[in-house]
Write a protein that binds this ligand. Structure first.
Ligand SMILES: NC(=O)C1=CN([C@@H]2O[C@H](COP(=O)(O)OP(=O)(O)OC[C@H]3O[C@@H](n4cnc5c(N)ncnc54)[C@H](O)[C@@H]3O)[C@@H](O)[C@H]2O)C=CC1
Ligand SMILES: O=C(CO)COP(=O)(O)O
Length: 330
């Protein structure tokens, strides 16, 4: 029994946490939003904007920003993937026990190689994990533009109820049950967006980018199946939907990071220049380690790691991919 599903507490006041708080408010939920900076909380509560992350987008007055995590019926985690563990550790365990906790970060944890919901199980074994992923730029969600996402949980009835509690006029969650597939898709699409950006940054052409997208989809399917998820999940919003959005949109931070790599800039230089969060940078080596441990052929993940570490230039990497032994497409 997960009811009531009235109030929402969002942990993380960046672009995505603020957008999800706005979506929950538009769904009619009273929302608290945890931010780390008192001045930011003040701005959200009094001006109803979060300019550092969402420009002049006006936020719902029913979002209350706080600098300490508030208890609620529904908890939404929206800090970067590498910060989820420490954010959970900082919360009162009683806030999490028996409550639906929605993991919305898209990334795999460095060191442990864990998915976001595995981190939750580690940190709060009594919480009920759900994962939310799909094609959804924060500004689109916050501005009330039509968005559809996947919400996956272990119990179909609970997941449908939670989806209904978060659904609004412009935010449509589809209930699903393949947590593994949804999480791996969300994490890997960022790695492939780095690759697609690099293809464009290096001016390799639209044909190359589409070929990459299709082969990325095939590689992602092998990874999902090897990890115990379903390849069918990839036909949906969290798979094909988000892969195409992130790999083809200049709005994507991962794609932008990839463009800079494709132009020959180093990872260190891009980060030093103040690049926005690009989750694929941390996830790529984790994905490579997982592929190796599962014996999955993942040449694109390997290629992205070569670009990120500067161990080969783009021309050499492309030549290597194009001269792999010919194979059947299936
Ligand atoms: N921005 C977008 O359009 C979307 C982002 N996401 C995912 O959401 C996650 C977060 O991304 P964004 O919000 O866009 O990043 P962001 O860089 O805009 O904001 C991250 C926020 O998390 C806060 N934070 C970091 N560590 C924290 C901690 N330990 N406790 C509390 N707050 C902490 C930072 O202060 C910052 O406000 C990422 O995994 C991203 O892939 C998912 C869908 C869309
Ligand atoms: O996940 C996203 C859209 O679905 C956001 O992508 P970026 O993090 O690359 O901007």
């Amino acid at each position: 029994m997960i009811e009531p599903l009235e109030t929402v507490s969002v942990i993380g006041g960046g672009a995505w946490g603020t957008a999800l708080a706005q979506a929950a408010a538009m769904a009619g939920r009273p929302v608290s939003l945890l931010v780390r900076d008192a001045a930011q909380a003040e701005e959200i509560n009094h001006s109803h904007t979060n300019t550092a992350y969402l420009g002049d987008q006006v936020l719902s007055a029913s979002i209350i920003a706080t600098t300490t995590a508030q208890a609620a019926d529904i908890i939404i985690m929206a800090v970067p993937a590498q910060a989820t563990r420490s954010a959970l550790a900082a919360m009162d365990p009683a806030m999490l026990a028996g409550r639906p906790v929605v993991l919305s970060a898209k990334g795999l944890e460095t060191g442990t190689l864990q998915r976001q919901s595995e981190i939750l199980v580690d940190m709060a074994p009594d919480a009920i994990p759900f994962v939310l992923s799909g094609p959804s730029f924060a500004i689109d969600v916050a501005a009330g533009r039509p968005t559809a996402v996947t919400l996956a949980g272990d119990d179909a009835n609970q997941t449908s109820k939670l989806a209904a509690a978060l659904a609004g006029p412009s935010f449509r969650p589809y209930a699903a049950d393949d947590r593994i597939g949804v999480e791996i898709a969300g994490a890997l699409k960022n790695v492939y967006a780095l690759a697609c950006g690099a293809v464009d940054g290096a001016d390799l052409g639209a044909s190359a980018r589409s070929a990459l997208l299709a082969r990325a989809y095939a590689e992602m399917s092998r990874m999902v199946v090897a990890m115990g998820g379903s390849a069918m999940t990839l036909t949906g919003l969290a798979g094909l939907g988000d892969l195409t959005l992130t790999c083809t949109s200049t709005q994507s931070r991962n794609y932008q990071f990839g463009i800079a790599l494709g132009r020959g800039e180093s990872t260190e230089a891009i980060l030093a220049a103040g690049a926005k969060l690009a989750e694929g940078v941390a996830t790529a080596p984790v994905a490579a380690a997982l592929a190796a441990s599962l014996d999955v052929d993942a040449p694109l993940i390997a290629a992205v790691n070569q670009v990120l570490t500067g161990t080969a230039d783009i021309a050499t990497i492309v030549a290597g991919l194009m001269s792999r032994p010919l194979k059947r497409e299936d």
